[in-house]
Design a protein around this ligand. Structure first.
Ligand code: BG6
Length: 478
């Protein structure tokens, strides 16, 4: 279904995110027929480029980042014809009048701030002062949304000077992932799971986002950030919220975000013994984290594991174990919900018995597994074994699974539709920082150093202990 006609301005249009995600994503929506023909994309950045030069950059980005079988030369040309470019000075006066002259009346106006957060305020006020944004315009801002509570508040305040909350779309691209949204469908469109979704039946939850990539090329940003700020405060927190939240009364932006906010506010402070930080060393052809960070004494973590408690009625006593890291053994993101034992064992085969686990695979090989017990086939008596009820999206949905838009494509279309459900609200981001800040302050005050782990491993040894001492085990990263 096509969205309304729009003018989308991308600030930072020559940057890495625009090149890798935003522009190829828009091309794919155009190819899918979702972007109306008379919509326009206006690139804005400091570089003094002509329209043609910008179009050639975008063509190169499409060639590099869109799968070959989706590259149709005629469609690419038609898409490029929708583009324009304005050189602009985000902190000065150049270019703003030219941008204003390009904007059309009576179409949706969206402004994507794909720039450093330090420029958010400057761009917001110039859009306002030059009369480029109106009361129906939307702005889209990327993470990182601040680096602590104080800076997030300052950013929220700067944006709020010129835009209402209903106009601000804070991106967390994890919310645009198909399987992440599916989590809500699984929970709230089935009767099967929700009655069991509580402390009475759930033993613990594991959330894993493992990456094989290192920090290559992003060392300067990453070293000031680390896994806690880069992944936990936002992506992991959102996943946790979707698992732990109460059913919203409707799939409506504020109803969903209200429930997520309650989860974040219910998070208990994390004790130092419940955190393990790691940094990958040299090995497997990698020079190691510090070589990329250019700070041989860097204490920044490229891995973190932590045990989190949601202090409310539903989750009392159920630990959520979170871990994320770079240069790990495999790229594997999943959520695993381990259920408790049945109240009474009628079979003698206690050894064969395993807990039920619901595994939601976020990437790759998106899908769900429900581990259930059955009788081991054959004449061996009542022996038990565990088998997966396996649903791989690719197998069930076939070609349709391939057609699903990637996170950025979906989120940009949601901006045009004016749907904020999958975007973070200002109070949510602030609450997430309010929980994160004391954790980071704690290790900074103590001077904690991350434990070194081997590239290609499953992370630091100490992370195993985090679960072993509770009589539990991490699922294998594979
Ligand atoms: C980004 C982080 O937000 O998410 C990166 O800044 C990380 O460090 C990336 O690699 C992971 O996203 P995805 O979609 O590849 O899981």
């Amino acid at each position: 279904i096509p969205v309304d006609v729009f003018d989308l301005v991308i600030f930072g249009a020559t940057g890495d995110l625009a090149r890798r995600k935003i522009l190829p994503g828009l091309y794919r929506r155009f190819l899918a027929g979702q972007m109306p023909d008379d919509s326009r994309i206006i690139g804005a950045a400091r570089a003094d480029l002509t329209n043609d030069a910008f179009c050639e950059q975008v063509r190169a980005a499409i060639t590099e980042f869109v799968p070959k079988d989706r590259q149709d030369p005629a469609v690419i040309d038609a898409f490029l014809a929708r583009l324009a470019y304005v050189p602009i000075d985000a902190t000065g006066t150049n270019g703003w009048a030219a941008l204003k002259a390009l904007m059309r009346p009576n179409v949706v106006r969206a402004f994507y701030f794909s720039v450093a957060p330090s420029l958010f305020g400057d761009i917001a006020s110039r859009l306002h002062d030059h009369g480029i944004a109106d009361a129906w315009s939307r702005i889209v801002v990327e993470k990182p949304f601040g680096r602590d509570l104080a800076s997030a508040r300052a950013l929220n305040a700067a944006l709020a000077q010129h835009f209402s909350e209903a106009q601000i779309y804070r991106i967390d691209h994890y919310l645009g992932k198909e399987t992440v949204q599916n989590l809500m469908a699984v929970r709230f469109a089935n009767i099967l799971f929700e009655p069991l979704w509580k402390a009475e039946y759930v033993d613990h939850v594991q959330i894993t986002v493992a990456e094989t990539v290192g920090v290559n090329g992003r060392g300067a940003y990453y070293d000031k950030s680390g896994a806690m700020r880069d992944m936990v405060q936002n992506h992991m927190m959102q996943l946790l919220c979707l698992i732990a939240m109460e059913p919203p009364y409707h799939f409506d932006p504020d109803a969903v975000r209200d429930e997520k906010l309650k989860v974040i506010r219910a998070l208990k402070p994390v004790q130092p013994e419940d955190i393990v930080r790691g940094q990958y060393g040299a090995g497997s052809g990698d020079k190691g984290y510090v070589a990329h960070s250019e700070n041989p004494a860097s204490k920044t973590e490229s891995y973190i594991a932590l045990k989190v408690n949601v202090s409310n009625w539903r989750w009392q006593g159920v630990p959520f174990y979170l871990r994320t890291g770079k240069r790990l053994r495999a790229r594997a993101s999943e959520i695993a919900i381990t259920f408790k034992q049945p109240p009474h064992a009628i079979f003698d085969d206690a050894k064969g018995w395993r807990e039920n686990v619901l595994v939601i695979r976020l990437q790759p090989n998106e899908g769900m597994n429900l581990m259930v017990m059955i009788k081991e086939p054959g004449p061996g008596g009542m022996r038990l074994m565990q088998v997966p009820l396996d649903m791989s999206f690719a197998a069930v949905l076939g070609d349709e699974a391939e057609e699903t838009p990637d996170a950025y494509e979906r989120l940009i279309m949601d901006v045009i539709r004016g749907n904020q459900t999958l975007f973070m609200r200002g109070d949510e981001v602030e609450a997430a920082w309010a929980w994160t800040d004391p954790i980071i302050e704690g290790w900074e005050a103590r001077g904690d150093k991350p434990q070194t782990y081997d590239p290609g491993s499953s992370g630091p040894e100490d992370a195993l202990m985090l679960m072993h001492r509770d009589g539990r085990r991490w699922r294998e990263i594979k």
